[in-house]
Every structure is written in structure tokens, then in C-alpha cells.
Design a protein around this ligand. Structure first.
Ligand SMILES: CC(C)(COP(=O)(O)OP(=O)(O)OC[C@H]1O[C@@H](n2cnc3c(N)ncnc32)[C@H](O)[C@@H]1OP(=O)(O)O)[C@@H](O)C(=O)NCCC(=O)NCCS
Length: 398
């Protein structure tokens, strides 16, 4: 790093600081210079933190408060996005100070996790984030969909259906590791795309009084001569195999115009099990990073496998947020975790490794190979039992 210079960090003091932040971040992230007022209004100026030097704002970030599902419980999470520093002020520690200050604020507010999608990793690893789950994008040729099942009734999503759609989303999300407990800001992105987004279409399958599946998608124009257009799903939830077959049939019904269907799904995607052949490709992968902001709160807020009745003695190494540094005992019973200070510290783990252990992204054995963890095999086996669960993923990006 170049010379580290101190910055003053806080909420934008007035509208001119909001405008300065918007200018810096839109330049940093290569946003088109249109609709920026709409963009920042949707984000909520109260979620911005700016970094100032004597000449004014030099950078900033946004934290959207959401939750993330682990072990059947929604754990409060600060979603960090729109991190940007004016190019003439880079490599002087602005982003590092912004992130550390945002993490300290989350801790004060009782938010024990923070997640983000990195454009580059070192700047996020430094304050304690680590890869902890995947976002995978699948592409399937429409012609490879061999399912034809129109049994269930499918119809457009009306504004009055939005609560039912949100319930369907939550029913799926709480059974995963890592799906978002979306806030209003995220749902607005799904239901009311901003002016710079594509037009979207929403359909749901209603069965026995509930939304059993839904999708929201955009249609991307491709090669017009050959009718090679693309259906890109913004959101997709199915709660039963019957509903999955009906939705696949619906996508196949686009095949005279659409060449492919693209969506973000689980590491082993149940929709693909409904097809005869392995016809899809993963066209994009980006791992999200997680920071355990408060070890004790994070461990007590999530759920655990009902069959796990044991305790794990850990020693956490955290050089950035010192309240996390030290020995803890995690006692798990009845799907609940209780944490007390002290214990033998048998499993020694860096707080970044703890992020990947917490979500179930890496096993204790693999964390040992990554250099993040050490301890006797019998303690690693207990940790493996406690943090076992579905592979962590999320379809969303922020
Ligand atoms: C990435 C960015 C926010 C870093 O801000 P910064 O204030 O320069 O970062 P810091 O000075 O705190 O540096 C911390 C670490 O970030 C890394 N870093 C700094 N500038 C970087 C750059 N331009 N690109 C990639 N990594 C960078 C370095 O590893 C640095 O540590 P080091 O000096 O020990 O190598 C800034 O370069 C930026 O605004 N880039 C464009 C927008 C962007 O990519 N945002 C991230 C979106 S997820």
C-alpha cells in the first residue's frame, strides 16, 4: 500500500456529499451516467457511508441490511456494495478504513454477518472477509428441455400476488444455506426493475391456495436472423417437482424464438434433475465473501442440524475486530448453539476460515489444507458435524 492517510467516515452530511459519493462510485464502477438520481434514491442515502479528507468526499460504500439463512434461521447480515474510491486517492487505505468502520458499526447494531461480491479480493480479505458460498449461472438450450407437463395452472403475477410470491421465496430460502432474507430494496429490484434494467415478465403457479412456483424473467434479443434470442431468469423458485415440470414446459414453449434459458441456481440444481440429459453449462461463477462480524452472536443466531449434540472448543484469531479474538466453546443441542468464553481452544481458526466453516462452504479438513485451521482430528470431526448442511449458495447478486 502507498502511504496510509486517515479519513473521516460517516453518513453523508448533506445532499452535496450524497452527490459527490454518487459521482465517485458511478465512475469507479463504470455505471452509465444516466438515472443516477433514481439509483441513489432507491439505495437510500441513509445506507451510504462516505470517507472525507479535507478537500471533501474521496470514496464510500453502501450497506443494505438483510438476512441470510443458515440452519433454518435468518441471521442479520449487512450486504456491502458500491465500494468506490476516487482514482487519485487509491492505495492510501480509504477502502480499508471504510470497511473496518462499517463492520464496527454493524457490530454495534447487532448485525453479526456481512457479505459481499468482490471485484477483487485482497481489499476484502484484509478486513476479514473470505469466500463462503457460490453464485452459479446455468445456461440450458431451450431445445434440450424435453419435459411437457401442463397439469398445473400457470398465470402472470399480479401486484396482489406479491406477498404469496415472497412467501414461496422464503419457504425455499430458509431450507438453504446462504440464500438471502431479502429486504424491500431487493424485492423492488425484482418486482419494479429500475429504468436502466430490462423489461421483465412474471408468472406463477398457484396450487391449493399457495404459490408453488414462480419466475421473473427478461427477454434478451440475440441474432434476429436466426431467432436466437435468450430468456434470462431474474428469479426462479419451485417448491415441488410438479411445479418444476410445469415451469420447464413453459420455458420450452419459448423455443421457437429463444435459443437458451439462463438462471442462477443451487450447486446441484434440482430443476436439472427433471431433464433426460445433462444439457446445461455453468456459464458464470462468482463466490461471495462473508465476514463474521461478531463470532458469539453469529454462532448463536444460526440453526444447527437436529442430530448434532456436541460442543466445539475454538480459538479464533481476529486481528481486525478484537472482540472476536480468543477462546470460545460452542455448545449445540436441539438445533441451537450457545456460546461461552474460554475452553480448551482445541480448534484454532482464523476468522476468515471461520466464515467458510460457518456457511459449510469448506469442511474442517479442507480449511486445514487452506492453512486456516488446525486441531486434533476428533475436534475437527465435531466441527464437521455441527457445521454440516446443504452447500451454500445464493441466486442473488448485489
Ligand atoms: C478496489 C478499491 C475500492 C480499493 O480502494 P483503496 O482505497 O484503493 O484500497 P486500500 O488503499 O484500502 O487498499 C487495500 C488493498 O486493496 C488492494 N487494492 C488497492 N487498489 C486496488 C485496485 N485499484 N485494484 C485492485 N486492488 C486494489 C490492494 O491489495 C491493497 O492492499 P496492498 O496495498 O497491501 O496491496 C478501489 O481501487 C476502487 O474504487 N476500485 C474501482 C471500483 C471497485 O473495483 N470496487 C470494488 C467493487 S466490489
Amino acid at each position: 500500500m502507498g502511504k496510509k492517510l486517515n479519513v473521516d467516515i460517516g453518513l453523508p452530511a448533506d445532499d452535496s456529499e450524497v452527490q459527490a459519493f454518487t459521482r465517485i462510485v458511478s465512475q469507479a464502477l463504470f455505471f452509465p451516467a444516466v438515472d443516477l438520481d433514481v439509483w441513489i434514491k432507491r439505495e437510500g442515502p441513509e445506507n451510504i457511508r462516505v470517507a472525507r479528507r479535507k478537500d471533501g468526499v474521496v470514496g464510500g460504500l453502501i450497506v443494505q441490511r438483510m438476512g441470510q439463512w443458515f440452519g433454518g434461521r435468518s441471521v442479520p447480515m449487512g450486504a456491502v456494495r458500491a465500494v468506490g474510491v476516487a482514482p487519485e486517492h487509491r492505495a492510501t487505505g480509504v477502502a480499508s478504513q471504510l470497511l473496518t468502520t462499517a463492520l464496527e458499526e454493524m457490530r454495534r447494531d447487532g448485525v453479526p454477518l456481512s457479505a459481499l461480491f468482490p471485484a477483487t479480493q485482497p481489499v476484502y480479505r484484509r478486513p476479514g472477509y473470505e469466500q463462503a458460498g457460490v453464485r452459479l449461472t446455468y445456461r440450458l438450450p431451450a431445445s434440450a428441455i424435453d419435459v411437457r407437463d401442463r397439469t398445473l395452472h400457470l398465470r402472470p403475477i399480479e401486484p396482489a400476488d406479491r406477498d404469496a410470491v415472497r412467501r414461496a421465496y422464503s419457504e425455499r430460502a430458509r431450507r438453504t444455506s446462504g440464500n438471502l432474507d431479502r429486504n424491500e430494496w431487493y424485492w423492488q429490484r425484482i418486482f419494479d426493475p429500475p429504468p436502466w434494467g430490462s423489461q421483465t415478465y412474471g408468472y406463477q403457479i398457484e396450487h391449493e391456495g399457495r404459490a408453488e412456483a414462480y419466475t421473473v424473467f427478461a427477454q434478451k434479443a440475440g441474432d434476429k436472423l436466426h431467432n436466437a434470442h435468450h430468456v434470462e431468469l431474474v428469479d426462479l423458485v419451485t417448491l415441488t417437482a410438479e411445479a418444476g415440470r410445469r415451469l420447464l414446459t413453459f420455458f420450452a414453449d419459448h423455443r421457437s424464438m429463444a435459443k437458451t434459458v439462463t438462471w442462477s441456481g443451487a450447486p446441484a440444481e434440482p430443476m436439472l434433475y427433471l431433464l433426460a440429459e445433462q444439457a446445461s453449462n455453468i456459464v458464470h461463477r462468482l463466490d461471495w465473501m462473508l465476514r463474521i462480524v461478531d463470532v458469539r452472536c453469529a454462532l448463536e443466531a444460526r440453526g444447527y442440524p437436529p442430530a448434532a449434540n456436541t460442543d466445539v472448543h475454538v480459538e479464533v484469531v481476529d486481528d481486525v475486530l478484537r472482540h472476536n479474538h480468543g477462546r470460545f466453546v460452542l455448545e449445540v443441542s436441539d438445533s441451537q448453539g450457545r456460546v461461552r468464553e474460554g475452553g480448551g481452544g482445541n480448534v484454532r481458526i482464523d476468522v476468515r476460515g471461520l466464515a467458510a466453516l460457518y456457511t459449510g462452504h469448506l469442511s474442517p479438513a479442507d480449511l486445514k489444507l487452506a492453512g486456516y485451521l488446525d486441531g486434533p482430528d476428533e475436534d475437527l470431526a465435531k466441527a464437521a458435524l455441527v457445521f454440516a448442511g446443504p452447500a451454500p449458495w445464493m441466486p442473488d447478486i448485489f
